[in-house]
Design a protein around this ligand. Structure first.
Ligand code: ATP
Ligand code: MG
Length: 212
């Protein structure tokens, strides 16, 4: 049975780029592309969060808009994909639930997950649901981000630290918060994010003071 055997033996390396993407910007895209190339991944799946637990008290743009903007941003990259798994799930989104569900997608192949985040997010992992289980299911790729230092990762519990792969990327001091602030202040966001996403934001009047 050579076919079955080769299916069983092959192992796919899948990157998962989770985020609120409110809106998606070049910081996210550079991190995902750098992880794809330097870790030799088969693909990177962008997973916009549905109901982010850590942003519960902030106003978050409707998931459908964030999903559309993410689609627009990744459409020209053949190895970037997107999933609605967290948007469609009822209730609060948790990374561990997403990873457990995604494992079944690749059967009978074996899958190795690389959960891609910025250092700022990794440093908050202990407040997530079942952080130790996440570290068992996936490698945790910690991308550099202005204002954060790789040495800060030493403060993490040992089991999480062991799963972390630090990833140096060209530092981009871009954040969704800064983009939202600029729009509300009437400032330019050109070159912070793909122009298609910029146009979508203006068309839907997202983030402007009147739009909120
Ligand atoms: P916000 O300001 O609303 O928190 P954000 O820019 O941090 O938005 P998120 O959607 O929260 O974007 O981030 C998704 C993931 O991308 C997180 O793991 C975050 O650390 C990472 N990330 C976002 N921007 C950058 C950047 N400029 N450099 C490195 N990592 C980034
Ligand atoms: Mg953030």
């Amino acid at each position: 049975m050579p076919q079955i055997r080769s299916n069983f033996m092959s192992r796919i390396k899948v990157g998962i780029m989770g985020g609120t993407f409110d809106p998606i910007h070049f910081g996210h895209l550079v991190v995902a592309e750098e992880a794809y190339t330097s870790l030799n991944l088969s693909e990177v799946i962008f997973v916009p969060t549905g109901n982010p637990p850590h942003k519960k008290f902030k106003m978050v743009t409707p998931a459908e808009d964030r999903y559309i903007m993410t689609c627009m941003a990744i459409v020209d990259n053949p190895h970037f994909k997107i999933s609605k798994i967290e948007i469609e799930r009822e209730g609060t989104s948790h990374t561990i639930d997403t990873l457990r569900e995604m494992r079944h997608w690749y059967l009978p192949k074996e899958v190795e997950f690389f959960f891609i985040t910025g250092i700022d997010a990794v440093l908050q992992m202990t407040s997530w649901k079942e952080p130790s289980a996440i570290a068992k299911i996936a490698h945790i790729v910690a991308a550099s981000r202005p204002g954060y230092n790789i040495s800060q990762l030493e403060s993490l519990p040992e089991d999480i630290r062991e799963a972390v792969i630090p990833l140096e990327i060209p530092l981009l001091a871009i954040s969704s918060t800064e983009i939202r602030r600029r729009i509300a202040a009437g400032q330019s966001i050109r070159y912070f994010l793909p122009w298609t996403v910029e146009h979508y934001i203006y068309k839907k009047n997202l983030y402007s003071l009147e739009g909120r």
